[in-house]
Design a protein around this ligand. Structure first.
Ligand code: FAD
Length: 478
């Protein structure tokens, strides 16, 4: 049993203070506030303090001291997660372990196309360090200026380039993690082949901090695309966008890095709330596709391929207009319309239902049509903004309350509307959480929609690695 008394907790906190020194420990509620709530402003969690270890050894010592006294641990990276996973939600004595001082790039081997970095490294820095060595760090997401190696790995984040490179899981070659008993799992290798038993690193990818604290990870790198082409295309509907996607994958020679879909509502939202965003096209369109192609080879004429894709799509009636970025600045402007959706959505304010669903790539148009019809049947006049990574079948779903509906009626209908959004995806072979994980927010849906055999296995793994439920309790396991 844990040795949990007020005296043992005080003694553990004193031990943690002495392990970390003044830079590594925060306990004034004003100092800990930003760690106790998240990017979206989750309800402030309770924490005895925030530990900021600067080495794996310190992390291990902190975990040992905390767990011995019955103090739970919430691992935290950039705090940009979208499932209320990185802040305390349970009424148990808890500390947050932030990785914001675990920021060393331990090794970069360009010839092995591999990079080893500590958990607190910010994704944008990883991209920059790899690029300096002529390599691509393949993850790219709108939160990359704040989200970290550890958090991205622990949520198996996807992002814009999944169509080409896969999710975080596909990038990981090795992991180092501190387990719930304070021991260190040393799986930090950079091999492409190593069939020597169970692939234990996989357990930590997508575990959202419930099985241990990731302290470092080895990533595969890719050749750096030296030529990029980016275009915003007007399309009549997701059905034509889907035809465009299939054709573009073939005609581009599989050089598509991103294929994002947005309705007109997404453009209007970004223009309304984000400074400097304007419509790059002269006529409004019901839907848009942001397509990006890239290749490491300067011999590959991507502009010719993009123009061929464009011409074929215009002829078929899949595309009605479009603009190709002529400079890096213009490319960034096109991307801002897509990447500012989360921020603009937050500023809009009107009550909404939000989802992060996936379906097979071939069913995205079916999903959008069927889900919007099912939800509109329940409440006519909903304001939809469904956008996202069409290239990998992932849609970020927003349905806002119509102006004439009062708050009580909205609250009453929300569960039914949410069920229709998720259940339409499930019927098409999809998932109710594509990228953002389970955290504490999606627990009821995992309990409702998850496979019982999978949940039983998850509980068995949790029991084996963290029998006292000390690592991020109240998250992921229903
Ligand atoms: C504007 C915006 C855009 C986004 N776009 C995308 C997107 O395109 N694709 C996508 O997949 N996600 C996206 N997200 C979600 C989010 O950015 C990812 O989940 C992200 O990578 C989390 O990283 P983080 O460092 O902020 O983790 P945090 O939010 O700090 O933590 C997330 C989870 O991981 C755990 N965790 C954190 N660090 C560790 C560690 N070292 N060891 C063990 N567990 C740990 C936490 O306990 C928590 O459960 C977006 C978020 C925002 C705000």
């Amino acid at each position: 049993m844990n040795d949990q008394t007020p005296q043992s907790i005080d003694a553990a906190l004193a031990e943690i203070r002495s392990i970390l020194g003044p830079k590594g420990w925060l306990e004034d509620p004003n100092d800990t506030l930003k760690y106790r709530t998240d990017w979206r402003g989750a309800p402030e969690g309770e924490a005895l303090g925030v530990a900021r270890p600067s080495t794996t050894q310190e992390t291990s010592a902190v975990v040992k001291a905390a767990v011995k006294a019955g103090i739970c641990i919430v691992p935290q990276g950039g705090n940009t997660g979208l499932a209320i996973g990185s802040v305390p939600t349970e009424e148990r004595p808890t500390i947050i372990v932030s990785t914001d001082r675990l920021t060393a790039v331990r090794n970069l081997d360009p010839d092995n196309y591999a990079m080893v970095a500590e958990a607190g490294c910010v994704i944008q820095n990883m991209q920059a360090v790899a690029a300096e060595a002529g390599r691509l760090f393949p993850l790219s997401l709108a939160s990359e200026g704040s989200s970290t190696v550890g958090g991205t790995l622990s949520t198996n984040a996807g992002g814009n380039n999944t169509i080409k490179y896969g999710n975080t899981r596909e990038q990981i070659l090795g992991i180092e993690a501190v387990l719930a008993d304070g021991s260190v799992f040393d799986g930090l290798e950079t091999l492409r082949k190593n069939n020597t038993g169970y692939d234990m690193k996989q357990l930590f990818i997508g575990a959202e901090g419930t099985l241990g604290i990731v302290t470092a990870a080895a990533f595969r790198l890719m050749p750096l695309p030296r030529v990029r082409e980016t275009a915003m295309l007007s399309v009549p509907s997701p059905r034509e966008a889907q035809k465009l996607l299939s054709s573009a994958r073939e005609l581009s020679g599989d050089t598509i890095l991103a294929f994002e879909i947005m309705p007109r509502a997404a453009f209007d939202l970004a223009i309304r709330h984000i400074d400097g965003i304007t419509d790059p096209l002269s006529e409004p369109s019901p839907w848009y596709v942001l397509i990006e192609m890239g290749t490491p080879s300067p011999l590959d004429d991507l502009r010719a391929k993009l123009e061929a894709i464009f011409a074929e799509a215009m002829e078929q009636g899949w595309v009605t207009d479009g603009v190709i970025a002529e400079s890096e600045g213009q490319r960034r402007e096109l991307w801002r319309i897509r990447e500012e959706q989360a921020e603009a959505g937050k500023r809009e304010g009107t009550p909404r239902i939000a989802g992060d669903v996936s379906v097979p790539v071939s069913r995205v148009a079916d999903y959008l049509e069927q889900s919007q019809a099912a939800m509109s049947e329940c409440m006519p006049g909903l304001l939809f903004n469904c956008f996202g990574h069409m290239g990998d079948g992932n849609i970020h779903y927003t349905a806002r309350k119509p102006a004439g509906v009062n708050d009580a009626a909205w609250e009453e209908k929300k569960p039914d509307l949410t069920a229709r959004m998720y259940e339409t995806a499930l019927t098409l072979g999809g998932s109710f959480s594509a990228e953002h994980g389970i955290g504490s927010e999606k627990l009821p849906y995992l309990a409702k929609y998850g496979s019982p055999s999978k949940i039983a296995l998850m509980k068995a793994v949790k029991q084996a690695l963290d029998p006292k439920n000390m690592m991020n309790p109240g998250k992921v396991i229903p």
